[in-house]
Design a protein around this ligand. Structure first.
Ligand code: NAP
Length: 381
């Protein structure tokens, strides 16, 4: 099995301190002080990141409108949506619901095509002060370097030549995100654009099932497989920390581009494993499998946040994050993220069918782990 960032999703500038476009008074607000109430339009808002942005923004006294097709239903903070103006349309062909109105901030979460962002940014540039585009560290694909920062070049064109479908998807996603960033800045200018590039997000509401393995498996205890070499780097971020950071940047008018990747300091796979071990206060013993070829043979080239750091994925978890932390990003305790995510997973917000689909998947690691461990112990016999 080959790894690309997009297959986990299951198909679904440079910093510039802004000119005071939200009003010069905003610049004087400290991070802890209450900001002026902002009118915020979220393109999207009902999936994973959006509900957390909404909950936090409402707690800060802001007013929210969302723009969606009305299809996706949130599985977290559902009680907050009666305080939200819900505008209905389609980014593909019906923007009429946002043809009128003024906002302090637009958050573009639902960018899936460059022309979607081009159209909304152009449509809103004279009626909104700031445009915040939710991009991704995918703009740095292929991840061939160490310590990539916001000034590094991004993927603006797809390479020609033969490649497999997964690599193609990876390139498509990186180019789509990078060119959407360009469209944001073209319409709003660098002083009114905020670009956020999150790494893998995890936490309550995650629809990708990329990270849920860890809390489920840890809560079961016993002998547990840990793939990867001790120092293989890992990066991840709680979706709620991203949401809070985004609102904080807008409140403080901090235009620019930010890699949103935790933890704050470099972490290797074994350090990650040690940090999460006490999460559920139960008996766990780890079996470390550091042999890449054994892991490949057993179709385990990644287990987010661990990704075998070879080839195009060498630098996937080596993204520089100091700018974001300097500008207010804070990461909560990883154990809290895991506990909250498991509580959400087992809550009535999800159906038992959804849980079964993941937990009983014969291709999933939950089902295959015992077999892999037994192969590992037998190797060389
Ligand atoms: N998950 C990660 O680890 C990760 C990492 C880096 C970056 N990101 C980025 O983070 C952003 C937010 O992710 P997310 O998972 O919260 O949201 P998402 O699933 O990418 O977007 C879903 C939202 O967009 C709306 N939407 C979809 N199609 C639409 C259309 N044609 N017209 C209008 N609205 C439409 C959906 O509502 P309806 O279906 O009702 O229309 C929903 O509210 C994305 O841009 C993603 O690329 C995610």
């Amino acid at each position: 099995m080959k790894l690309t960032r997009r297959n986990f999703v299951k198909k679904s500038g440079q910093i510039v301190l802004a000119s005071p476009l939200l009003g010069s008074s905003l610049l004087s607000f400290s991070r802890t002080k209450k900001s002026k109430s902002l009118k915020i339009l979220i393109l999207g808002g009902t999936s994973f990141l959006g509900p957390h942005q909404i909950a936090y923004a409402l707690s800060r006294g802001h007013k929210i409108s969302t723009f969606t097709r009305g299809k996706s239903k949130p599985t977290v903070h559902r009680d907050k949506f009666d305080k939200v103006e819900q505008l209905i349309g389609d980014r593909e062909n019906d923007l009429s619901a946002i043809e009128k109105g003024n906002w302090d901030l637009v958050i573009d979460n639902s960018g899936r095509k460059t022309e979607w962002t081009r159209k909304t940014a152009q449509l809103l540039k004279d009626r909104a002060s700031l445009y915040m585009y939710t991009s991704s560290t995918g703009v740095y694909y292929p991840y061939l370097k160490d310590s990539v920062d916001e000034k590094d070049s991004v993927l603006l064109t797809e390479p020609k030549g033969k490649m497999d479908e997964e690599t193609k998807l990876e390139y498509w996603y990186g180019v789509m995100k990078a060119t959407s960033e360009e469209e944001t800045i073209r319409a709003f200018g660098i002083n009114r654009s905020i670009i956020i590039r999150p790494t893998y997000m995890m936490g309550p509401g995650d629809k990708t099932d990329r990270f849920i393995y860890w809390p489920i498996r840890l809560s079961r205890g016993g002998e547990m497989l840990i793939p990867g070499k001790a120092e293989d780097p890992v990066q991840y971020i709680d979706v709620r920390d991203v949401a809070k950071f985004m609102i904080h940047l807008a409140e403080n008018n901090l235009a620019g581009t930010y890699n949103a990747a935790g933890p704050e300091t470099v972490q290797g796979m074994h350090a990650f494993a040690n940090e999460i071990k006490p999460t559920f206060n139960n008996e766990i013993s780890y079996v470390y499998i550091q042999d890449y070829s054994f892991l490949q043979k057993n179709e385990l080239p990644y287990l987010i946040p661990w990704i075998m750091p070879t080839g195009n994925n060498y630098g996937t978890a080596r993204i520089k994050n100091n700018k974001a932390f300097k500008n207010g990003l804070k990461c909560r305790d990883l154990k809290i993220s895991l506990r909250d995510t498991l509580a959400w997973w087992n809550s009535e917000a999800l159906t038992q069918e959804r849980r079964n689909r993941y937990e009983n998947d014969p291709k999933g690691l939950l089902k295959r782990e015992a077999m892999i461990l037994s192969q590992w112990k037998k190797r060389g016999d």
